[in-house]
Design a protein around this ligand. Structure first.
Ligand code: FAD
Ligand code: SIN
Length: 526
């Protein structure tokens, strides 16, 4: 089966849908999502979306905070662009129907998070992502030019490789994307979707770790697809661990305790009752995430404990319930009344700063292929993302890539020579158990050897263990019918490999990448 469309969008989070709603004014948009349309990282976002709104905040301050958090590794031109375009994109979200909390005087009730020097986080209670996701889905469903295909899994993007061209390398500069092979998971068939323009908006890869705030869908599929198609991927070593997920062994995803709670006055303490963050950084509990996560990791290891505490018992109880109803209810269901009890918290894999390398219009190194949102690497986050800069990056790049794609899609002809998917393969009874086991092994390797603190030896060990699973999985893939779980496993192995390889090459500690073998940043060793 073939579908022809003007814009193929892979992913239904904030990035994919914000692009779709813009492109739909000019042509037919097909959005594919591998699960339910609402099941995205976006839906889980709590703290909010960063933008300069009022005095005394300024663009210059937001730029400065982003550059400092990024540990000097950001692309300053990109930072300036995103920060200065942010307020217009916020105004558009509001026009779409997104509601942000306001104060009694009618101004937005801005929050503050780690490493922000001003109050600039627009939010909807502690459920900002849910509000944004719900609004964009509602509008996309209503739009006559948008078709949403749920439970449709993108397997590969289509390039010259599928026309029989051999020896395509990463150095080749004229690779083109003609669309994607997409498995209809309910109809059990693979569809060829042809499009002049394909947008990758597949989100992050937290699922490659055991403990993560990300939902199961976050398996890095888009990054793996683009890497296999010989597109450029960068900065994968910069995996952000959120300092405060609720300690609840075995829970997937780990429930997030938003940084906004620390912005509201909550304080990290250890089991001895010490406000330990002051020993690590003068900004205390509101230091940048990489610093706070490493400090918690260190406290847990040196004290031999499984978690530290976030204490909000000194804060006004009614205010807590009013501002953080989602967290209050969730913790209460587990027997923790946050107005009276301290919250046990641990760091969890949260966000991938690297990804598919793109320019300021979201163009990847593959022609006709754009990438935006968490699967992309724009240069905004550098070596460590500033809190709440992800949602805003997604909408700024949705706007820019839509302008660019709309300006050219009519001049691009569909590539009709693309063959349909080759269905050869068999199904294996033991397949599911093998896949599930390998899945867990990948997560365990990544968590044990490629986590917050790394070393050459740990990375080497991770690579050699992962290579075994890689060979076994490729073997199974060649013999088997396509299944979403098997494709995800392949993608996770691919993403794990990229994180390990890029971490191994970085002989310094920078932002989120910390190695005990190279504890300093290059140029600062003595
Ligand atoms: P997602 O929203 O993750 O969407 C990915 C989409 O791709 C999904 O529709 C999925 O089905 C689809 N997909 C993936 N692979 C395939 C495939 N193979 N085939 C078809 N479809 C596929 N950021 C902030 O700025 N502020 C916050 O307050 C904040 N809080 C957060 C809280 C939590 C708990 C988490 C997990 C993240 C938070 N983040 C926050 C980060 C932010 O939510 C994400 O970076 C952002 O939502 C990513 O949006 P996206 O559109 O790129 O991807
Ligand atoms: C949070 O609410 O702490 C998450 C914010 C983010 O990841 O940007």
């Amino acid at each position: 089966m073939r579908i022809r469309t003007d814009f193929l969008v892979i992913g239904s989070g904030i990035a994919g849908l914000a692009f779709a709603l813009k492109a739909a004014a000019h042509g037919k948009v097909t959005v594919v999502a591998k699960s339910a349309v609402e099941e995205t990282n976006t839906r889980y976002a709590q703290g909010g979306i960063a933008a300069v709104m009022y005095d005394p905040d300024t663009f210059e301050k937001h730029v400065h905070d982003t550059l400092i958090a990024g540990d000097g590794f950001c692309n300053e031109e990109v930072v300036r662009m995103v920060v200065s375009e942010a307020p217009e994109r916020i105004a558009e979200l509001i026009e779409e129907g997104v509601e942000f909390d306001k104060r009694p005087d009618g101004l937005f009730d801005l929050g503050k998070e780690g490493a922000h020097s001003e109050y600039r986080i627009l939010h909807h209670k502690d459920n900002t992502g849910g509000m944004i996701q719900h609004t964009l889905v509602r509008n996309a469903r209503r739009h006559p030019n948008i078709t949403i295909l749920e439970n449709h899994f993108a397997i590969e993007i289509i390039t010259q490789h599928h026309l029989g061209e051999q020896n395509i390398t990463r150095a080749k500069t004229d690779i083109q994307c003609y669309g994607a092979y997409v498995a209809d998971l309910k109809g059990n068939k693979v569809i060829t979707i042809l499009s002049p323009v394909t947008l990758m908006a597949t989100g992050g890869a937290g699922s490659v770790y055991q403990t993560t705030t990300n939902p199961e869908i976050a398996t890095g599929d888009g990054i793996a697809m683009v890497y296999r198609a010989k597109g450029l991927v960068e900065n994968m070593e910069f995996v952000q661990f959120h300092p405060t997920s609720l300690y609840n062994p075995g829970a997937r995803p780990q429930f997030l305790i938003t940084e906004a709670l620390r912005g509201y006055g909550a304080i990290l303490i250890n089991s001895a009752g010490e406000k330990f963050m002051n020993r690590y950084d003068q900004r205390g509990s509101l230091a940048p995430r990489d610093i706070v996560a490493r400090a918690i990791d260190n406290e847990m290891k040196t004290r031999g404990e499984d978690y530290v505490y976030l204490d909000c018992t000194h804060l006004d109880a009614a205010g807590l319930r009013e501002h953080f109803p989602n967290i209050y209810e969730h913790c209460l269901r587990l027997g923790i009344d946050i107005t009276m009890n301290m919250i046990p918290v641990v760091p969890a894999a949260h966000y991938l700063c690297g990804g598919i390398k793109v320019d300021m219009s979201g163009r990847s190194s593959i022609d006709r292929l754009y990438a935006i949102g968490e699967c992309s690497s724009t240069g905004l986050h550098g070596a460590n993302r500033l809190a709440s800069n992800s949602l805003i990056e997604a909408v700024v790049y949705a706007h820019r890539s839509a302008i660019d794609a709309v300006s050219r899609f009519r001049s691009i002809r569909l590539e009709e020579r693309v063959p349909d998917w080759n269905y050869e393969g068999t199904s294996h009874n033991e397949e599911m158990v093998l896949i599930t086991q390998s899945y867990r092994e990948v997560q365990s390797i990544m968590s044990n050897y490629v986590g917050i603190v790394r070393s050459d030896l740990r990375l080497q060990r991770a690579l050699s263990r992962l290579e075994i699973i890689y060979r076994e999985t490729e073997d199974l893939y060649k013999k088997s019918y396509i299944s979403a779980r098997l494709c995800e496993l392949r993608n996770m192995i691919n993403v794990g490999y990229l994180i390990i390889k890029m971490a191994s090459k970085r002989h310094e500690s920078l932002g989120l990448h910390y190695s005990i073998d190279y504890p300093r940043r290059k140029g600062t060793e003595f």
